[in-house]
Design a protein around this ligand. Structure first.
Ligand code: SAM
Length: 286
């Protein structure tokens, strides 16, 4: 029996029984492997780190999209223009496009191979999202795009790898400042910010860096089984502090109007996600 060992941490790892290796190659940017497992369906790993599984992807993709879009939509009119940085598997794109109010989604992914191979081997994740006429896929480094674009966005979603390899630049203060530059007034940015039980330094670092860019920043959480270690923190940055406090009945109203059905997200979970355990609050050092 073949087993896959994740390499995210030196002294602690999750391992998967592998029923079939669908694909493995060194792309221009990273080591990419897609394999099948009995418990988590098909799995994508980049540079030895689990990125997405067909079994539990709904948790992360729903919380990274419906929270900022429904928050923004409740307060400042519908979120129409969305930017995704990374997200090569297409799961974020799929969930964003479920909002009828979204008119355009610009997705900036550095590695074309991730898109192509996820389309070929894990098509359920994107579920046709790349063919949606509202989708504008750009193969480029996200850090360059936000520094140079003249487009403006209601919501910016950074679905990056961890701060190693090509993803490292997506955790810098200058990147956050450039994301803010291309946000419309009252826009909101969310980021993949790791599992604080093991990556506590990333919480402190992001809190300080985003804190120097946005008037209101912090985190909300979700629990994704294959992002091991308990809560995952999702970074939150905006100049409109009301966005994190949209009342549940307003969220319920907007969620009902969206007609979207989900498996993890609901307005109560949206609100609860901003209530942080003390050990995470203690990492938020100014
Ligand atoms: N949900 C996963 C997680 O939480 O770790 C991330 C999934 S997605 C596969 C991560 C994507 O970020 C990859 O497709 C990778 O190629 C992309 N990426 C990494 N660095 C990037 C950069 N500088 N610009 C644009 N995309 C980047």
């Amino acid at each position: 029996m073949i087993r896959y060992f994740e390499k995210l941490y030196k002294d602690y790892a999750q391992t998967f029984e592998v029923t079939r290796i669908q694909f493995h190659e060194e792309t221009e940017h990273q080591d990419l492997v897609i394999f099948d497992t009995p418990s988590f369906g098909t799995v994508l790993a980049l540079d030895g780190i689990i990125q997405v599984t067909t079994r539990d992807e709904f948790v992360y993709h729903e919380m990274m999209t419906h929270v900022p879009i429904l928050a923004r939509g409740c307060v400042a009119g519908d979120a129409t223009d969305v930017l995704i940085i990374g997200g090569g598997d297409g799961g974020i794109l799929r969930e964003v496009l479920r909002h009828k109010t979204v008119e355009r989604v610009t997705m900036v992914e550095i590695d074309r191979s991730v898109v192509d191979l996820c389309l070929e081997h894990m098509p359920r994740i994107s579920a046709g999202a790349f063919d949606d006429p509202r989708t504008d896929l750009i193969i480029a480094d996200g850090v360059r795009f936000v520094a140079e674009t003249d487009k403006r966005f209601d919501v910016v979603i950074v679905d990056s790898t961890d701060p190693v390899g090509p993803g490292e630049v997506l955790f810098t203060e200058s990147f956050y400042a450039d994301c803010r530059r291309c946000m419309k007034p009252g826009g909101v940015m969310v980021t993949q910010n790791g599992v604080p039980f093991f990556q506590g330094g990333e919480v402190t670092q992001t809190f300080q860096r985003m804190g120097r860019v946005f008037q209101d920043n912090g985190f909300y959480t979700a629990v994704i089984p294959t992002y091991i270690g308990g809560f995952m923190t999702l970074g939150w940055g905006t100049d409109d502090a009301t966005l994190r406090d949209v009342p549940v009945d307003a969220l319920n109203d907007r969620f009902a109007k969206s007609g979207i059905t989900t498996r993890y997200y609901n307005p109560e979970m949206h609100k609860a996600a901003f209530a942080l355990p003390q050990f995470i609050k203690d990492l938020m050092i100014k």
